[in-house]
Design a protein around this ligand. Structure first.
Ligand SMILES: *Cc1c(COP(=O)(O)O)cnc(C)c1O
Length: 457
C-alpha cells in the first residue's frame, strides 16, 4: 500500500521553543523594524518562512559527523571527505569550498567576467544578478514564457527558452563567457528544469562553444521533479538523475545551505583548469586556503553527510509533498499562488491578491507585513522591491510581485503548516483592507535586505 498520509521521515530528538506574541506586540516590532521583516528580531517570529537557506535541521548523523571535523589548516581529512562526496555526485574535476553560495558566485564572476559581458540564465537569483552587475556585466533571464505566468500549470516552468537562448548566442554570443541554469528556478517560483531541457541547453552550448554552469542550490529537489514528471526517468534514483544533470554541465555554484542540508557552506566546482586556478587565487585572498575555503572542518563534514541524505527518496518524497500540501490549502482558500507548487516554497501572487495596490506601492510588502501582523508568520517579498531597481537608479515593476513562503528542511511539522495556511487564509479574507507602502530608505545594492517603508493611507 502507498499510504495517503505522508509522514515526516524522521523522529524528533531535540526541540527548540518558539515564541508566541500578541498582535499589539507584533505591531510594535514591525514598526521598530521600519516595516521590513528582514529587520525583525527572529525571536519575535512564530513560524519563520523567510528562507529555506541555512535554516534546516541537521540529522543526528550530521551532528555526529561534526565531532569528527579535522581543523587542520591545510589538507584536512574533512576536506577530502567533502571532496569525495561532491566529486561522486557532480563528477567535476576541481572542487572549491566557499563559505556560502554567493561567495562561489563572486569568485566565479570576478575571475571570468569583463565589463559588457552577458550571462544568460533561466532566472537569475538576486545574489547571482547582483554579483554579475557588480562586474558591469548584464544578467539576462531567458526562462520559457510559461514560467512568467503565475497561474499557468506546466511541469517544468523553470525550463530555459531554447529559441531565445539560441537567438542571444547568435546575435550577441561573443559577449557571453558562460551560460547558467538555476535548478530549481528559485526566483521563478522554485520551478524545476527538465532533463530534456538541460540536454537542449547543453547542445546549444556545444554548438556555440560556451561552458554551462548550474546554479545547483536545489539540485536534489530538481532531480525529484524529473523523476516524478519526466516518465522516462521514473525508474531512476534521484542521485542518478542528479549525476546526469551535473554531467551535462561544465561546472556549478552551490549553496550548501539549501540542498546541502547544512547551516552554512557552499562550493564552486568545474572542469576547466585555468578558470579553477584563477578561482583558487581569489579564494585564498577572500575566503581561505583551498582545502577549507572559509569553512570549519566540521562544516565540511556536515555538508558531506547532508549531500548524501538529501538524495534519499523518503526525504525527497516528504519534502516535495509537504510543500504541495501547503499549496493545496492556499488554493482551497482562494489565495492565488504560483502553480504548480515548487520544491522549497509556495509563492503567493501578491499582484493578483492585491490588484488595488500598484506594483510601485509594493503589494508584496503589503502581503508580507499582513502575514506577520496576523499570525507571526514571516515570508519574503520577491518582486519590485527585490528586482525593480536598475543599475542606473531607475525603478520599474518587476515581472511578478510574489511573496515566498519558504519551508525550512525538516523543521516544521504538519500542524505548523496547517497554522500557516490559516493565517494566509485570514489575510486573504481581509485583502481589500490592505494598503501599499512607500520606500523611505533605499540602499543601492540588494535593497530588499535593509530598505525601510512607510504605510500609505
Ligand atoms: C541561495 C541561493 C544562492 C546564494 O546562496 P547563499 O548561500 O545564500 O549565498 C544562489 N542561487 C540560488 C538559486 C539560491 O537559492
Amino acid at each position: 500500500m502507498r499510504p495517503h498520509t505522508i509522514i515526516e521521515p524522521f523522529r524528533i530528538k531535540s526541540v527548540e521553543a518558539i515564541q508566541f506574541t500578541t498582535r499589539e506586540q507584533r505591531e510594535t516590532c514591525l514598526r521598530e523594524a521600519g516595516n521590513n521583516v528582514f529587520l525583525l528580531h527572529a525571536e519575535d517570529v512564530l513560524i519563520d518562512l523567510l528562507t529555506d537557506s541555512g535554516t534546516g535541521a541537521m540529522s543526528s548523523a550530521q551532528w555526529g559527523a561534526l565531532i569528527q571535523g579535522d581543523e587542520s589548516y591545510a589538507g584536512s581529512r574533512s576536506f577530502y571527505r567533502f571532496r569525495d562526496v561532491v566529486s561522486d555526485l557532480t563528477g567535476f574535476t576541481h572542487i572549491i569550498p566557499t563559505h556560502q553560495g554567493r561567495a562561489a558566485e563572486r569568485i566565479l564572476f570576478h575571475s571570468v567576467l569583463k565589463p559588457g559581458d552577458i550571462v544568460p540564465n533561466n532566472t537569475h537569483f538576486d545574489t547571482t544578478r547582483a554579483n554579475i552587475e557588480t562586474e558591469a556585466a548584464e544578467a539576462v533571464d531567458v526562462v520559457i514564457a510559461e514560467g512568467r505566468v503565475p497561474s499557468l500549470v506546466h511541469p517544468f516552468k523553470g525550463n530555459m527558452d531554447l529559441d531565445a537562448l539560441e537567438r542571444l548566442l547568435t546575435e550577441r554570443g561573443d559577449r557571453v563567457p558562460l551560460v547558467m541554469v538555476t535548478v530549481t528556478n528559485n526566483s521563478g517560483g522554485g520551478q524545476p528544469v527538465s532533463l530534456e531541457n538541460l540536454r537542449g541547453v547543453r547542445a546549444l552550448c556545444d554548438r556555440f562553444h560556451k561552458p554551462l554552469f548550474l546554479d545547483a542550490c536545489r539540485f536534489a529537489e530538481n532531480a525529484w521533479f524529473i523523476k516524478a514528471r519526466e516518465a522516462e526517468h521514473a525508474h531512476r534514483t534521484p542521485k542518478e538523475i542528479a549525476q546526469e544533470m551535473f554531467s551535462l554541465a561544465d561546472g556549478c555554484t552551490m549553496s550548501a545551505k539549501k540542498d546541502g542540508l547544512a547551516n552554512i557552506g557552499g562550493f564552486l566546482a568545474m572542469h576547466d583548469d585555468g578558470w579553477a586556478a584563477a578561482a583558487r587565487n581569489l579564494l585564498i585572498l577572500t575566503e581561505g586556503f583551498p582545502t577549507y575555503g572559509g569553512l570549519a572542518g566540521y562544516d565540511l563534514e556536515a555538508i558531506a553527510r547532508g549531500l548524501e541524505e538529501v538524495v534519499e527518496e523518503p526525504y525527497l518524497y516528504y519534502r516535495i509533498r509537504s510543500t504541495a500540501y501547503l499549496g493545496e490549502k492556499l488554493i482551497a482558500s482562494g489565495v492565488p499562488i504560483i502553480q504548480p507548487p515548487g520544491g522549497h516554497a509556495i509563492y503567493i501572487d501578491a499582484r493578483a491578491l492585491l490588484p488595488h495596490i500598484p506594483p510601485l506601492q509594493y503589494p508584496g510588502i503589503a502581503c508580507v507585513n499582513a502575514l506577520y501582523l496576523e499570525g507571526g508568520v514571516r515570508g519574503v517579498e520577491i518582486g519590485t522591491v527585490m528586482f525593480g531597481r536598475h543599475p542606473d537608479g531607475t525603478e520599474t515593476p518587476a515581472a511578478m510581485d510574489l511573496v515566498r513562503l519558504a519551508i525550512p528542511r525538516r523543521v516544521y511539522t504538519q500542524s505548523h503548516i496547517d497554522y500557516v495556511a490559516e493565517v494566509v487564509a485570514a489575510v486573504g479574507q481581509r485583502r481589500d483592507a490592505l494598503r501599499g507602502y512607500r520606500m523611505t530608505n533605499a540602499p543601492e545594492a540588494l535593497r530588499h535586505f535593509t530598505a525601510t517603508f512607510t504605510a500609505l493611507d
